[in-house]
Design a protein around this ligand. Structure first.
Ligand code: ADP
Ligand code: MG
Length: 725
């Protein structure tokens, strides 16, 4: 039996995996494994707790003594929960999380076993960082990397089969303090945005003294049985199918979207949700997505820093729980050709200490000018910096999410819905910058029925959409670390608000009232950012032409999209905001290029191996069968007609076999010459030389799948991957 049939056999013998029923209410279990503020209050003396809160809220540094107390309290709590180890948990530029475990256990001076955890160990660690991507920031003699505690995200207990580790969220930097991770830039971007947003808010409401960024992500993914997964080298090596004919049935009947959740998936989801609740991840929504075997989870939104951690944690738990259920989760943006890929929409907004969502128009007309300010400034920021935003979500895997029913990041446009389009058009054309004009605008805004906003016509084709009280960044792919697009959003909107504040001051100095000045600035911005707004079908050819007429960027692959980081203005912006220094930005750029080339290298090697070792042997074997048949028929003397079809098949197979062999060798040569190039040129070589050969190779292999006997075909077929349970 070949590996395909072994897998299918295993699948049909699969016993159902059931999960333990909910052990208690969600409210009882929620965050029980998190060192939350509530827990800290229980374990830390009130005076120390107050001091700690004050320092954290002010963003100041902890003194060693207080750090020792906090560490001691964390240890006491963790030991009471059966924890044996602790780990600094961080998010290197690999895109996933990393952790190095140390035991609480140590030997004291008398050689006795004791449990210890000091403030020093809590605050800083020095994992050997030399194997993480650093984009040249660390020369090998300075390979050290440091992790430093981020007290704004709570520590938590990772429980893997009852083996428990206290995880401390940290940032990861070089010896010289340069960023090697996703978290430090995110925290800096948040601070930058907060500074300029508070200045702007103060124009409207002096009570606003704190702003937080809110993020609610939506995580899409595919599930499949582990037997099918293990039988495909490409899934194991790259997380996606590199070969395989598109199944005759895909998603065209829309029979999966929001359909009933299969029983096995139900068990998986319930189990996963319980794990998440214990870690304080507020999952709220689950449903079937568009493609067969595709699903989605979404939580209640949270402060961006915590939401990012929770999403990273979720991806990790998703994979672990899937294995428990004898399944595999595919987080890849495009696991299967011919059906939708997976995104991770990032819903972004701003909340104030007064309990207001700055992107919610609200019912109170008096606050509508504030809404309009943040709404228009966000659009203006995206219109100016679309290229950097695109670069933040670009990757070898997200490059596949173009076309079909997926928000394409190649051309960035902003969708705001009919009602707000009308308002902006009216302001641009029909409102004068007078007190009456201000009244007219407030009137216009207060007339937008909330219902209409809640139901903002959904435009699935838009990469960036306003959805009533938040912007939805739809172009982000399912594997992305949300911190990447969030950092850019914070930075560009922060910069934009800073400019807005200055522009308003200039007009006010010229004898305008504040409201008039605000209106005039917004009116100008609405005009300037008009080209980025698009309400139509983002997939149509007409839009591509129109976008090019408007001068909007169109970059469909990673090496080209990443070039945005090289622009002089980009560097200046990163430096001004303090998010990354020029050197750090270059390093992050280089990591992006290297990751791209490496991913393509692995894919191209895997593809060649599968073709040469698995497909060609069965194709040739089947050809032999056909030739035996032809010879036998020739012996019967029934004329050429009797074996002409077989002969054609033999020829067609030969053509494909030749293409495959030639491509495999060509690809190898291209990889070898790409390997000698510097990161930028290498990424381009993979994109422009290797990738096209992969496509030709795939076409020939998929053609063979059609020609060769199903009984000998070695790869689990797409129809089996997507439709068998
Ligand atoms: P849809 O798929 O229709 O866009 P979902 O319910 O799947 O809607 O997801 C909506 C997401 O938006 C959730 O993650 C939710 O937490 C998030 N969200 C809602 N309000 C806000 C807000 N003010 N800021 C950030 N995210 C928000
Ligand atoms: Mg959703």
């Amino acid at each position: 039996m070949n590996s395909r049939f072994k897998a299918l056999d295993l699948l049909s013998n699969r016993k159902k995996v059931t999960t333990a029923p909910l052990s208690c209410n969600v409210s009882e279990m929620f965050a029980c494994n998190v060192y939350s503020e509530g827990t800290m209050k229980q374990y830390l003396a009130p005076k120390l707790y107050k001091k700690f809160k004050k320092i954290i809220d002010a963003g100041a540094n902890l003194d060693r003594d207080l750090a020792d107390h906090v560490a001691e309290s964390m240890k006491t709590w963790a030991l009471s929960k059966g924890v044996t180890h602790y780990a600094h948990w961080f998010q290197p530029l690999t895109g996933r999380t990393a952790e190095k475990h140390d035991s609480f256990f140590t030997l004291n001076s008398d050689g006795e076993a004791v449990e210890e955890f000091t403030g020093t160990e809590l605050v800083q660690q020095e994992p050997d960082g030399s194997s993480f991507p650093g984009g040249g920031l660390r020369s090998t003699f300075e390979a050290r990397g440091y992790t430093a505690w981020d007290p704004t995200s709570p520590a938590f207990i990772l429980d893997v089969n009852n083996k428990k580790t206290l995880c401390i969220p940290t940032i990861f930097v070089t010896y010289g303090g340069q960023s090697l991770d996703y978290k430090l830039p995110l925290l800096k971007s948040q601070a930058f945005l907060e500074r300029s947003a508070i200045d702007v808010c103060q124009l409207f409401d002096p009570a606003i003294t704190k702003i937080s960024v809110t993020l609610g992500w939506e995580q899409e993914f595919f599930l499949l049985d582990e037997a099918l997964f293990n039988a495909r080298q490409d899934l194991v090596m790259t997380g996606r199918t590199l070969l395989g004919r598109v199944a005759p049935k895909g998603q065209q009947l829309d029979d999966h979207y929001f359909g009933t959740i299969p029983e096995r998936v139900y068990a998986y989801m319930t189990d996963l949700e319980q794990e998440c609740y214990k870690l304080g991840i507020p999952l709220r929504t689950r449903h079937n997505e568009v493609a067969p075997c595709q699903y989605e989870f979404a939580p209640i939104y949270e402060d961006v820093n915590i939401a990012v951690d929770h999403n990273q944690l979720l991806m990790d738990i998703m994979e672990r729980v899937a294995i428990r259920h004898k399944m595999r989760v595919l987080l890849h943006e495009k696991p299967y050709a011919g059906v939708n890929g997976s995104g991770k929409h990032n819903n972004w907004s701003l909340a104030t200490n007064t309990g207001k969502n700055l992107l919610s128009p609200g019912k109170d007309p008096g606050s509508n000018l504030q809404f309009l300010t943040f709404f228009v400034n966000t659009i203006q920021a995206v219109s100016k910096y679309a290229d950097i935003l695109r670069a933040s979500v670009t990757s070898a895997s997200n490059d596949h999410r173009l076309g079909a029913n997926e928000a394409p990041p190649a051309i960035i446009s902003v969708f705001i819905g009919g009602a707000l389009t009308k308002v902006l058009n009216e302001i641009e054309k029909g409102v004068n910058v007078t007190e009456d004009g201000v009244k007219k605008v407030l009137n216009l805004l207060s007339k937008i029925p909330n219902l209409e906003l809640d139901n903002t016509d959904r435009n699935r084709t838009s990469p960036f959409a306003f959805t009533g009280n938040k912007f939805e960044i739809r172009m982000a792919g399912s594997t992305v670390n949300c911190a990447a697009p969030m950092t850019i959003m914070n930075m560009i909107v922060g910069k934009q608000l800073k400019e807005f504040f200055q522009d308003v001051q200039i007009f006010m100095a010229n004898n305008m009232t504040q409201d008039q000045a605000i209106l005039l600035v917004l009116k100008n911005y609405i005009h300037e950012s008009k080209d980025i707004r698009f309400e139509g079908d983002g997939y149509s050819a007409e839009w591509r032409d129109e976008a090019s007429r408007r001068g909007l960027g169109n970059y469909a692959d990673t090496p080209r999209a990443l070039e945005a980081y090289l622009a002089k203005e980009t560097k200046a912006l990163f430096v001004e905001s303090g998010v990354l220094s020029e050197e750090e930005l270059e390093a992050h750029y280089e990591v992006g290029l290297e990751e791209y080339a490496l991913k393509l290298q692995i894919e191209s090697r895997t593809m060649a191996e599968m073709c040469m070792n698995q497909i060609l042997p069965v194709a040739i074997q089947y050809q032999n069968t056909l030739m035996e048949n032809i010879n036998a028929l020739k012996g019967l003397d029934l004329g050429e007609e009797s074996y002409s079809a077989q002969l054609s098949l033999v020829k067609e197979i030969s053509i494909c076999v030749n293409i495959i062999r030639t491509c495999a060798y060509q690809m190898k040569a291209e990889r070898e010459s790409a390997g000698k190039l510097k990161p930028r040129a290498k990424a381009f070589a993979y994109c422009d030389q290797v990738k096209p050969i992969m496509e030709t190779l795939r076409n020939a292999a998929d053609e063979l799948e059609q020609l060769v006997d199903d009984e000998v075909w070695p790869l689990v077929k797409c129809r089996e991957l997507l439709f068998l349970r």
